[in-house]
Design a protein around this ligand. Structure first.
Ligand code: C5P
Ligand code: ZN
Length: 578
């Protein structure tokens, strides 16, 4: 039996529990792209089953939150993209005779289900079935939806969006794309014609950015001499004979003819060879597109970013509504995305200007943003800097931002090469957080926590202490670690030890685009914050489109509660998602 079949048979049990249930289903999901995609999948699958539900999208699960849920007396609760880290509290507070809880998650599992609760809880998490490849919360939820009704393969594309949103695209045997169980979801998504898969240039902003800006902002793949410089990008395109504009409109990558795309690709490869990039040809990869979406929401990667923006800016219902194909919600999302980019741009530029806020030790990089970066985007900052080449890659990054109620949000990231050698951020962060009265969780390469503000310094000291330990029984030094990173790598459990994949190491180093990263970050920050003269002009046409559509979106209020037939066009409003 394939490992995935074990997980699918558990998902089948969850499907039976849903089918047999009469009443209002309670859904709780995470507020990032994966969580919103997962919530949309389960919501749409429940609609198809004729079930009613109540949905919450939350920043994080905590014991307090679970206690609040227990007051509702729900007889069927479904957690998506969270829950696996809270099995103890779930069992303590949500189980009563006749109550069922379904946990559809992919985060690290903490605790176990007691025998006496085995009838009440169904836990679907790939890790329980020995699946170590990537699968997202939306992916797990998709496998359940498919068990409920084969027609739900039309939701497969949302499983792909969740995976892409969770950064599961990667380089696999010379191919750039999704792998493992995600490939099965891809197959379904393609079959249902809700997703198109092609091979193309891996340049961000195919539909949404003027081509010269897309090249300027491209860090992965990096184009030496061009990434980070608008004028170099314009000159490069001129030299290739690719016009920047069509009439008064800036052209995007999607506007290029096949011939122009070929010229551009070989131009980029030449620049990468000239800039001594290894794997200079690695600029192509799978391109996943949602054909039914408006152009700038068509790329699965960009759509995932938009969902993230909705969640992080406190409007997850806009993201859900887009997944429900509500046309007006795309207008709302356009505005949100622009706010989100500005916030991230400001945060990058603050971090760049305030080098004192970045503390580097031998073992880690700590980014101390205080109240200057929102707790909702500190995770983006941690991810961006971790991949920027601006901070050492041979040690993890921890970013801290003040949160509500005297707390601090911590986001921790480690490069693939560290994870492959046993680094486990989830363990590190959870152990340190719980020691100081906080809560944490996540994955080996990306974890987060919320801790009391007064514990921030002690948290850092404890992380240093844990990473400094070698053989105290809790963590062991991985003997396979290459010398260059050995001094910083002290955390792993024996079963997590893997062989070093030097090829991957080379690719990781190559991807980081060290030389130009400062300029690219600065340029992204400035471009998004202030807009250069060129981009402002570039965006003005989008602006008028927004105004035109504004009149339609003002009618939304009346229609918000309406279900429009088979298309399931429903607009979620703030009251729907609490
Ligand atoms: O918030 P951030 O993006 O840094 O989180 C990284 C990962 O850790 C995410 O998958 C998130 O769901 C998880 N996390 C968690 N518990 C927390 C904070 C984050 O499981 N308290
Ligand atoms: Zn997730």
């Amino acid at each position: 039996m394939r490992k995935i079949d074990g997980m699918i048979s558990e998902a089948r049990k969850a499907a039976v529990a849903i089918r047999n249930f009469q009443g209002i289903v309670r859904i709780v999901s995470h507020y990032d792209a994966d969580g919103i995609a997962a919530a949309s999948i389960i919501a749409l699958a429940l609609v198809r089953e004729g079930k009613q539900f109540r949905l919450s999208i939350i920043k994080q699960l905590s014991e307090g939150r679970i206690k609040e849920l227990s007051n509702e007396g729900n007889r069927l609760t479904i957690f998506t993209d969270l829950g696996s880290g809270h099995l103890k509290s779930i069992q303590e507070h949500l189980i009563f005779p006749g109550a069922k809880v379904l946990v559809l998650d992919h985060h690290q599992v903490k605790g176990e289900i007691l025998a006496e609760n085995s009838e009440n809880i169904i836990h679907v998490n790939p890790m329980l079935f020995g699946i170590n490849e990537n699968l997202s919360g939306a992916g797990v939820t998709y496998f359940l939806a498919k068990e409920l009704d084969p027609e739900n393969i039309e939701l497969g594309y949302l499983g792909v969006v969740g995976a892409v949103g969770d950064s599961q695209m990667g380089s696999i045997e010379e191919r750039w794309g999704l792998s493992g169980p995600n490939k099965e979801i891809l197959k379904d998504a393609k079959k249902s014609q809700k997703l198109s898969v092609s091979n193309g240039l891996r340049i961000w902003g195919k539909y949404s950015r003027p081509l010269h800006k897309a090249l300027e902002y491209s860090t992965d793949p990096c184009i030496p001499g061009i990434s980070g410089s608008e004028s170099a990008s314009v000159q490069f395109l001129n030299e290739l004979g690719i016009p920047l504009k069509s009439g008064s409109e800036w052209r995007t990558l999607s506007d290029l003819s096949e011939d122009e795309k070929r010229v551009l690709a070989s131009g980029i490869i030449k620049e990468r060879i000239r800039g001594d990039r290894k794997n200079a040809h690695e600029i192509f990869g799978d391109v996943y597109e949602i054909p039914d979406h408006p152009p700038e929401f068509r790329s699965a990667e960009e759509f995932a970013t938009v969902l993230n923006a909705c969640g992080k800016l406190g409007k997850p219902y806009v993201g859900l509504s887009m997944c429900m194909r509500n046309p007006q919600s795309f207008d709302d999302a356009r505005n949100l995305l622009s706010d989100y980019r500005k916030d991230i741009g400001k945060a990058i530029s603050w971090m760049n200007r305030n080098k004192d806020a970045i503390k580097k030790t031998e073992r880690c990089t700590y980014m101390l943003a205080g109240d200057r970066v929102s707790e909702h985007i500190i995770s983006n900052i941690a991810s961006i800097f971790n991949k920027s080449g601006l901070v050492p890659e041979d040690r993890p990054v921890f970013a801290f931002a003040d949160a509500e109620e005297g707390k601090v949000k911590v986001s921790a990231r480690a490069h693939d090469i560290l994870v492959e050698n046993g680094m486990n951020m989830e363990r590190l962060v959870s152990i340190a957080a719980s020691r100081f009265g906080g809560e944490g969780g996540g994955h080996r390469g990306a974890a987060g926590a919320t801790i009391p503000k007064e514990a921030q310094d002690m948290f850092i000291s404890y992380i240093e202490e844990m990473l400094g330990r070698t053989n105290d029984g809790l963590f062991q030094l991985d003997k396979t670690v290459p010398l260059t990173i050995q001094s910083n790598l002290n955390i792993n459990t024996p079963e997590e030890q893997t062989l070093v994949d030097f090829q991957k190491e080379v690719r990781t180093a190559e991807r980081s685009c060290e030389a130009t990263s400062t300029e690219v970050l600065t340029s992204i920050a400035n471009g998004d914050e202030n807009g250069t003269a060129e981009t402002e002009r570039g965006q003005s046409s989008a602006g008028s489109e927004r105004e035109e559509r504004g009149s339609t979106s003002s009618q939304r209020g009346k229609e918000s509660e309406k279900m429009e037939g088979k298309g399931l066009v429903r607009y979620f409003g703030p009251k729907d998602v609490q």
